[in-house]
Structures are given as C-alpha cells and as structure tokens.
Design a protein around this ligand. Structure first.
Ligand SMILES: [Zn+2]
Length: 554
C-alpha cells in the first residue's frame, strides 16, 4: 500500500468540548469523520505542551530522543539557563525530513516548532516561534507567492496587542483569531491546488489560544464564570465551529485517495488557580532566595527587574518591540513569556544556590545536584534520593485551598518517563497536574493565586481521528499516544518504520495491519546527526540574531 496522507492539527482540541457540541448538531464535519472513521483519545507527552507534543507527533519519539521537553531547552553549558526551542534544536527527524529521504513530497503549514523553515522535498510555512520580518517559508521564494495569494496570512495573532482585561479587547482578539483561521485555510487550499504531495499537514493554533483565554466564559462551573461577560460565552464553541468548516474545506480539496488524520497535541480544561512551585519549595525550605521578595503593592516582576542592572532596559525593549508588531507575531510575545524568560535570567542572581536543594524549571523539579548543576550542593545517590522522597510526600499531599482537590496528581522520576540520548536533560521529578502545570516564577508572595486572565489550560488527553478510503468506520481504539501518529503516517505513506520510533502503528485499517511491514524497521535512523544541519553559518547567525533581537537567545 502506498498512500497519501493529510494531517489536520487542531492545537488543544478535546472530545470533552467536541462531544457536547456534536450532540447540539454544531460540528457536522467532525461528526461525519467520527461516524465514518476511527477515533482515539490521544495522550500527550508527559509535559503536555505544544513544543514537546507536536515534536513527538512529528517524529514518533519521546522528548528524551528529540530533546524538546518544553518551551525551554536546557542549555547544556553548565548554567541554570534555558533557550527557546526551534527547528534546529529538534534532534530527531520530523516526518517531512524523513519522507524527503524517500523522495516523498511534503507540505507543512504552521507546525509550531518549524521555524526556521528547513530544506525538505516540499514546502514549509513555519509556525508559532517565527519572529516578525523573518523569512518563514521554504523554499524562501514561496513566501512572496503565498502573500500574493493570501495577503492577510499571519503566523500568529499576539494576545499582547489586545486588552484582554475588558470585553471589547477580548472580542477583538477573538475576531482576529477567526481571521487567521480563514487565512490559514486559504493557504492550505492554495498549496493543495499547487502541489502534488504525499504528506500534507496544517496546524491550527487558534483553538489553544481561545481555550486559554475564554474557558471561564464557556464553563458555567468555572470559579470565575460569573465575573465574565456573557457576550463572549460562545467564543470557544464558535472556534470549534470555524475549525469544523476549515476541516470540511481542506478535506474536500484533497485528492480523494488521501487518508485524513485529525489530531491535537493535548486537550484543555478549566484553570482556576496558578500554582507557584518555586514559592512552595521556598516555603518548605528546599529553596532560598538571596533577597526577600516583594513588599508593598509593587508589580513583583518589575520590582525585581529594577534590582538587576540592565534587565529593565531589556524588558522595556521587548515590550516596545512587541507593541510595534501588529502583523506577524508569535506566542512568546505574550508578556507572561517575557516574565518567564526574565525569571530565567534573574534566577541565577536571585536564588541562593548554596542553600537551595531543589527548584522548578517549568516542567518538573530539578535537584540542585553536585557535579551537574553549576552551583550544586546535593550529592547524587542517597542524599538526592532522600530529597526526592520528601518532595514526593509533600507534593502529593498538597491540596488546592479553594476546592480541596490534589494539586499534583502524579509524580514520576525523569528517568522513568524519558529515555534516549537527551533524557539526562529532563528534570528529576515530573509533576503531573489534572489541568495545566506548575508556574516556574520565583516572583510571587503566595503559592496559589487566582488565574483571572488565563482561565483555561492544557490537559493530557487530546484527539485522534482517522478517516478516508480503507479506514475502519465508526470504530474506537480507546487510547493512543502522540508518538503513534508518526509511525502510523509512515506506514500509511508506505515507507519502512525507523528503529527508534517509540510509537506503534495504530490499527485503523479495514484490512488490518501487515505483520511484515510492521516488523520492517529498516528505515533510516530518526536521530539527527551532527553536520546534518543544512544551514550555512551565515543563515544560522542571521536567525540567531533575529531570535536575539526578540529576546529568544541570550
Ligand atoms: Zn498545544
């Protein structure tokens, strides 16, 4: 079997919202795909965020093999800092790279970790972390053609361009997101007509954004529902409806022999309280700050920034840069991301590392271990294990003060969760929460705070739907994993599986799976090797400069 495959990514889509909307008759296309196709709940990566999850979706391997654990990539240079990931820091081959080796043609639109766009046999329009003014297509000359065909194409609308604390501002933000869904659909149609492809993937990120900002409006049981303007209650449902229409247009435009996968990188749910894990560690004596944080009514971040020479200027420059940017934007332009970035910069200054045993870096708890961390104090082995045990007990016992529910639903050691050549970069303890993740900031007076602006966050369960000729109808697989998508796509296109893929081929076909093909793991290695990077050093330093100017690289 040699097939073509169309993947439509709906960032953050969850059956928990889809199913009620279907019973109201609101999502005719997705309803049809489910009825005529095979579905599964698609479990995300351990840290259910777009960067690791889409990267695992694109490679079929866990973060221990591709190196992207979160929106920070641990800098291996023996300091406490992180860099934002980009396509050059993905250490395993994505599907388009792999397919290129077999002469297969790919189109990739808006996959979150695809900037800088990289050379493939095919076309890329890069996603999420694309800075303004940067070239965002491969081949580069395609950019002009795209903007001629779809003049209002944008990578991302920045929430920072809108006042999200009032109804008019939020409404305008939602309207801008609807426009980007349409423009992205047009871009997909444009490429669909232009190219003959084996693999075509388009990711819509708008749903994730509205679920972060409009969950309380939709969800009557949300703690802050009654503080929200009821005119915005249907922003999330309307986004699903707009995407249902996009799925209809794109699937109708495809060649009829192509299979269709609809996938999300994670689900979503209500976020009511932010949990500041570093503050918790400080209160429990695992972490010590040099300067007692915060007095009076000062903005905590600004107050701290003022204490560190040079940092305030950088912060202000980032804010100014972002305000100038109206068209092309990216999620990291959200002020919360600046704060996080700055939190990383000042962490080294603010934390008394000689009196700190453990800290969080956003996607888990890290022991300040001797020989590994630059100012580590905890010996590996017994001492380290004792702290991990203490932490485990205290964290698992922690309850949200407003509803008594456990804050941390599960804790696992990094080595249990991740495996592969980059697994050593993972945190020591991975924290699982029902919704969202611990906030990594050091700058707060309380362990818990109301989450009034961001009222929704990620959950681990996303969606998978397969539909098309030869796909089992009205069938459910129960649970599948995000790493299963790439091997299933590889199998469908008809190239050998690779030895490293962690996922399995999903049993979605009428004919069942061919055991011979399944056992053929002779595919070329997934793991990128040194020297494979096809950028000139000039291109690379240009990209780095751009990222630097936007605060991406130190
Ligand atoms: Zn996502």
């Amino acid at each position: 079997m040699m097939g073509r495959i169309l993947v439509i990514g709906l960032d953050g889509a969850t059956f928990e919202v889809i199913e009620p909307l279907i019973s109201e008759g609101k999502l005719p296309t997705i309803e049809r795909l489910l009825r005529e196709g095979t579905r599964a709940v698609l479990e995300s990566t351990a840290f259910p965020h777009s960067a690791p999850a889409w990267t695992s979706c694109m490679t079929g391997v866990n973060p221990g093999k591709h190196g992207v654990f979160g929106f920070g990539v641990r800098d291996d240079q023996n300091n406490y800092r992180f860099q934002l990931p980009n396509s050059t820091t993905v250490r395993a081959k994505t599907l388009p790279r792999l397919l290129s080796e077999y002469g297969k043609y790919s189109v990739l639109i808006n996959e979150p970790i695809s900037f800088p766009p990289y050379p493939i046999n095919g076309t890329i329009i890069s996603g999420m972390l694309t800075p303004q003014g940067a070239r965002f297509t491969f081949p580069p000359e395609f950019q002009q053609e795209l903007l001629k065909g779809v003049p209002n194409y944008v990578t991302e609308v920045s929430p920072f361009d809108f006042d999200l604390e009032n109804t008019a501002g939020k409404g305008a933000y939602a309207a801008a997101l609807f426009d980007t869904i349409q423009a992205r659909t047009q871009a997909a149609q444009f490429l669909m007509e232009k190219e003959t492809w084996d693999f075509f993937m388009v990711v819509f990120t708008e749903l994730d954004r509205v679920q972060h900002h409009f969950w309380a409006e939709m969800d009557k049981s949300h703690l802050f529902h009654h503080q929200k303007d009821s005119s915005l209650n249907r922003v999330i449902p309307r986004t699903y409806e707009a995407l249902d229409e996009a799925v209809r247009i794109i699937t109708e435009a495809r060649p009829s022999d192509a299979q269709v996968f609809v996938v999300s990188d994670h689900g979503a749910g209500p976020l009511e309280k932010i949990f500041y894990l570093n503050k918790f560690l400080e209160e429990r004596g695992f972490l010590t700050l040099k300067t007692p944080i915060l007095s009076g009514k000062q903005n905590p971040v600004k107050a701290l920034i003022r204490k560190i020479p040079g940092t305030e200027a950088v912060y202000n420059r980032l804010v100014r840069l972002n305000r100038k940017r109206k068209q092309q934007s990216f999620k990291a332009s959200d002020p919360r991301h600046y704060q996080q970035k700055i939190a990383q910069w000042v962490a080294e200054e603010m934390v008394d590392w000689d009196r700190t045993q453990a800290f969080t870096d956003h996607y888990g708890v890290r022991i300040n271990r001797k020989g590994r961390e630059p100012k580590g104090i905890v010996s590996p082995g017994k001492e380290s294990q004792k702290i991990l045990n203490d932490l485990r007990e205290q964290l698992l016992g922690l309850r949200f003060p407003h509803n008594g529910k456990p804050v941390i639903t599960d804790l696992r050691e990094g080595s249990e969760v991740y495996h592969g050549p980059f697994a050593h970069l993972a945190p020591d303890l991975i924290t699982f929460m029902d919704v969202g993740n611990p906030h990594p900031s050091y700058f707060t007076r309380e362990v818990f705070r109301d989450s009034l602006v961001t009222t929704g966050a990620h959950k681990k369960d996303g969606i998978f739907i397969a539909w098309g000729p030869g796909i089992r109808q009205n069938h459910s697989l129960g649970r599948a994993y995000i790493v299963d998508v790439a091997p299933t796509a590889t199998y469908t296109v008809g190239i050998p599986l690779t030895p490293e893929m962690d996922g399995r081929v999903l049993d979605i076909f009428d004919q069942g799976l061919d055991p011979l093909k399944l056992s053929d793991r002779r595919g070329t290695s997934m793991l990128s090797q040194e020297g494979e990077m096809t950028y000139t050093s000039e291109q690379e330093s240009e990209i780095k400069d751009k990222l630097k100017s936007l605060g991406y690289l130190d």
